[in-house]
Design a protein around this ligand. Sequence first.
Ligand code: HEC
Length: 155
Amino acid sequence: MRIQNLAAFAALAACLAPTFVSADAADDAIDARRGYYQVVKHNAGMLFGMAKGGIAYDAAQAQTFADNLKMLADMNTGSMWPEGSDNVSKPGKTRALPVAWATYPAILEKQEAFKTASANLAANAGNGLDALTGNIQALGASCKGCHDTYRAKDF
Ligand code: HEC
């Protein structure tokens, strides 16, 4: 089976943990993970803004944001999820809940929803405002769907 995305790497990291994942590596992974989601938020936010009307719809820009999101969703972020980088191991530094590791690979379903929503947006966002608004809800639902289960409300 091909190792792909998210916590897939965590299983691998667990095998290598004593030599490979230091405490600092977990901190680095958390920084990268949170940075990644800030980039996701930036691109998604522009599309949400256009869909709601706060930002003027521009087909080329919408296409770019949607393409970026698809790239981000398809990216293999497994190395950003090492064991020991949850909010119990690293209080105050991350909101990722231990359940993401405890129930792995269940979280990949949420990632799949994000991938599907991004792919649909990449295929439609540049084809007019209606095509964007018709596909934006599924994106928002994919963010919320994962956050509800795997992200703590507060640090
Ligand atoms: C597969 C699960 C998953 C999906 C899908 C997902 N997120 Fe997240 N997101 C998380 C987790 C877990 C965290 C907490 C990361 C941490 O604190 O280490 C997070 C954190 C964030 C953060 C805070 C980053 C920071 O600086 O701490 C933002 C903003 C965010 N997500 C936005 C989004 C948006 C927007 C989408 C959809 C377009 C999305 N996320 C989709 C799981 C997900």
